[in-house]
Design a protein. Structure first.
Length: 338
């Protein structure tokens, strides 16, 4: 049984203009023991909303929240709120939020903020302090950082403290929402290397949300590409980066500059769809170079190769047999950070 299994998860936000379809029928699975699934896509594609939906951290303006989120055999969407707080959040699934470096209380020492959740679990304060110091060393910081205030730390140090906070109760799954977006490239590489160490040493499974495929290819085992609130393509890292099937995935990878190539980066024309009034059929049709009549219908999630899924009519047996043009496979692989 997978550690996390998501089936047809839907999350819509209510607005005066109509519901925003932030997450629309998303399905995927994540294995225990250190598997990392990378969730990539443009800003506004629904990645952060998906992470929040998995932990049921929902705002008040929810128009629709349904589907299945099964974690370690338990259904999260119907779990009572008290049980959710007591046994799932931070114990089973923890989350490093986007912009978390600015989430510290400026008048409390960072060590006390990391230890807070342990104290709520009844851990004696001296024991909690020792555990926090151990965690700080685990993420590459000296134990003395426990007594510092947030303004005394650099951006990279704050990010390491936030990761330590997420590991405080030893959860088997951590959701990381753009954990390196506010950091320079050198510190980004250090944080990614830290996450690789945690994956290897602790067997920590992760959902790694990012808009940067280069980061994803250095850390993740599998990749899911999200667009317009839906997963467009998912598969193994090697299959998706060397043989992307979906036209959106191809455009996304082609837009990345290559360090050791004279090939100029491409670009995706147009803009992401309006999630209040998305296109009636394929949500990528207005930007796709291969659009044809079938794209006026919502595409199915097909599996043209074992373990490699794509949401595109070009791979439906009826249209492949008709000899319609197929997207050219791309061998452009992002240069990973080291």
């Amino acid at each position: 049984m997978p550690l996390l299994e998501v089936q047809d998860l839907t999350l819509h936000y209510a607005t005066p203009k109509g519901p925003v379809r932030a997450v629309d029928g998303v399905s995927f699975a994540l294995e225990a023991g250190g598997e990392v699934l990378g969730l990539i896509g443009e800003s506004g594609s629904g990645k952060t909303s998906l992470g929040m939906a998995l932990m049921r951290l929902l705002p008040k303006n929810i128009a629709r929240y349904e589907g299945s989120v099964c974690f370690q055999g338990r259904e999260v969407t119907t779990l009572p709120e008290a049980e959710l707080r007591r046994s799932l959040r931070w114990k089973g699934i923890s989350m490093v939020f986007q912009g978390a470096m600015n989430a510290f209380n400026p008048v409390l020492r960072v060590g006390d903020q990391v230890a807070e959740r342990m104290l709520l679990e009844g851990v004696p304060k001296p024991q909690a302090r020792k555990e926090v110091e151990r965690l700080l060393e685990r993420v590459g910081l000296p134990a003395e950082v426990y007594g510092r205030y947030p303004h005394e730390l650099s951006g990279g140090m704050k990010q390491r403290v936030v990761i330590a906070m997420a590991l405080a109760l030893k959860p088997p799954l951590v959701i990381l929402d753009e954990p390196t977006s506010a950091l320079d490239v050198i510190v980004q590489a250090q944080i990614v290397n830290l996450l690789k160490d945690l994956k290897r040493d602790l067997g920590l499974s992760m959902l790694f949300i990012t808009h940067d495929p280069a980061l994803a290819c250095d850390l993740c085992d599998r990749i899911a590409v999200m667009y317009g609130g839906q997963i467009r393509e998912q598969g193994s890292l090697e299959a998706l980066l060397t043989h992307p099937l979906d036209p959106y995935t191809q455009g996304l990878l082609a837009s990345i500059p290559q360090l050791h190539s004279d090939t100029q980066p491409g670009f995706l024309r147009g803009a992401p769809p309006d999630l209040i009034n998305p296109p009636a059929g394929c949500r990528f049709q207005e930007r796709c170079p291969y659009v044809f009549d079938a794209c006026k219908k919502p595409p199915e999630l097909l599996e043209p190769a074992p373990g490699h899924q794509v949401r595109c009519w070009l791979y439906h047996p009826d249209y492949r047999a008709a000899g319609l043009p197929q997207p050219a496979l791309s061998a452009r692989t992002p240069t990973p950070l080291r």
